[in-house]
Design a protein around this ligand. Structure first.
Ligand code: FAD
Ligand code: DHB
Length: 395
């Protein structure tokens, strides 16, 4: 079996890359270990940057997004029992974010690829990468029926997330990893209730962080800071609601609208970047190369900006036989990735209570949030990063 670009992983990065390449007449095969049903049902991100919305719209994926997504023109920071709003539109000359679940993005991408005759192999196993330093790399995998296949390609795109095989296929001496673990995690829930707020609320209470987000008029998404070692058994519904009520309490008695909790997950928090994002004919994109803590809502959006860049570099190669953009891919992508890493690390540190934080640390956090929401310069810095830096430098 042969294709131009072998793509490992049908997450946002792999599927969008396949879609963008198709629009340029470049063939790809996507290999995915999970089933179509599974990838279309996994609950993860919710916030799309303006650039991600624009990319989806420009490439014909804007229909359902426009009808079913919620445009958010600002967000609320809540601390010391009061709300301070950050107005994205005013501070960024009209930019905003869209709340539209990651699995809906996945559904739109899978539908578009299959409608265009795209080749996505679900339920594969035993994926391994070969001859990466040659001009004829290949991927070996086992199909759902147990048969072994070899996929030959010009290039391999490693879009298989944090736990995939692509990053590990780069020899240890040829890559460097910078990493940070945080002493907290997030407990995320979905519940059947009406929206508690028109905009997302990022709150810091005495006991830590809480976030109010949404999915639809009937389903709400909320998160609260937990211990990274917690399991779901540690979090009864009663404990979740009392934790959310305490952290989200305002001086005028605001309470979240409660309803049946039908999904709970614990998410660890980590920052990680692997450099370079290329080894021979293998290019990494998305979570395969980097992970951010979720506070800045950047992970899915970074995956999208990586593959936009990679698709341009591959297009240049096929149209002009020029490797110039391929050679620049890693450095160009990493510049934007480190900006998003900085923002995600900063949002995480200002909005979470570190275990054992003393009075000084708490007061500095309060002063930070107070300054951030009172200074136009500081609010603008938050807004322009949250809605997303333009996909292309210079910034
Ligand atoms: P993934 O989505 O991880 O996709 C990789 C795919 O590769 C998977 O389908 C996997 O099954 C497959 N795979 C793995 N190994 C192999 C293999 N060996 N062979 C073939 N296939 C393989 N980001 C945001 O931008 N905004 C948010 O609001 C946000 N909120 C989040 C909230 C939570 C609770 C979590 C957990 C994450 C959040 N993120 C958010 C991050 C975002 O979900 C990820 O950054 C995003 O999924 C990365 O996309 P990806 O395509 O790189 O990787
Ligand atoms: C959501 C997730 C995030 O990580 C975030 O910062 C905001 C919202 C969400 O799932 O809705």
């Amino acid at each position: 079996m042969r294709t131009q670009v072998a793509i490992i992983g049908a997450g946002p990065a792999g599927l969008m890359l396949s879609h963008l390449l198709h629009l340029q007449g470049i063939e790809s095969v996507v290999l995915e270990t999970r089933s179509r049903e599974d990838i279309c049902a996994t609950i993860r991100a919710g916030v799309l940057e303006q650039g991600t919305v624009d990319l989806m719209t420009e490439t014909g994926l804007g229909g359902r997004l426009r009808r079913e997504g919620f445009r958010h023109e600002g967000t609320v920071l809540r601390f010391n029992g009061v709300d301070r709003r950050i107005d994205f539109v005013e501070l960024t000359q009209g930019r905003a974010v869209m709340v539209y679940a990651q699995h809906e993005v996945i559904k739109d991408l899978v539908d578009a690829r299959l409608a265009a005759g795209g080749d996505i192999r679900f339920d594969v196993s035993g994926v391994s990468l070969h001859a990466l330093e040659s001009t004829h790399p290949s991927v070996r995998f086992t199909g759902p029926d147990g048969s072994t296949h070899i996929l030959e390609a010009d290039f391999i795109a490693g879009c298989d997330g944090t736990h995939g095989v692509s990053r590990a296929a780069i020899p240890a001496h040829a890559r460097q990893t910078a990493e940070r673990h945080y002493p907290f995690g997030w407990l995320g829930i979905l519940c059947k209730a009406p929206p508690s707020s028109d905009e997302l609320i990022y709150a810091l209470g005495d006991d830590g962080f809480a976030l109010v987000s949404t999915r639809s008029p009937q389903v709400q998404r909320m998160y609260l800071q937990c211990d990274p070692g917690d399991t779901l058994d540690d979090w009864s519904d009663d404990r979740i609601w009392s934790g959310l009520r305490a952290r989200l309490a305002t001086r005028d008695g605001w309470e979240p609208k409660e309803g049946e909790i039908f999904s709970k997950t614990v998410v660890g928090m980590r920052s990680m970047v692997t450099e370079p994002m290329r080894h021979g004919r293998l290019f990494l994109a998305g979570d395969a190369a980097h992970v951010v803590p979720p506070t800045g809502a950047k992970g899915l959006n970074l995956a999208m900006s990586d593959v936009r860049l990679l698709s341009r570099a591959l297009t240049r190669y096929y149209q002009h036989r020029s490797e110039e953009l391929l050679d620049q891919y890693s450095a160009s992508a990493l510049r934007r990735i480190w900006r998003a890493q900085r923002f995600s690390w900063w949002m995480t540190s200002i909005l979470h209570r570190a275990p054992g934080a003393d009075a000084f640390e708490r007061k500095v956090q309060d002063a930070n949030l107070d300054y951030l929401t009172r200074s136009r310069a500081a609010s603008t810095a938050l807004a322009e990063n949250y809605v997303g830096l333009p996909m292309e430098a210079p910034w």
